[in-house]
Design a protein. Structure first.
Length: 50
């Protein structure tokens, strides 16, 4: 049997980072890439790939 761990915290953080990413895309387009590492990291953690 495999252990199923809760990924709810990671999904919440993903959506927070996604909001930051979208806000930066609208307001400061040249700085949107600063939110990419957090968005991608928590998306992958939410899918439980790492």
């Amino acid at each position: 049997m495999t252990d199923q761990k809760s990924t709810g915290k990671y999904w919440l953080l993903f959506f927070v980072w996604l909001g930051i990413l979208v806000t930066l895309m609208v307001v400061y387009r040249e700085f949107f890439w600063l939110a990419l590492p957090g968005t991608v990291t928590y998306f992958v953690k939410g899918l439980d790939l790492i």
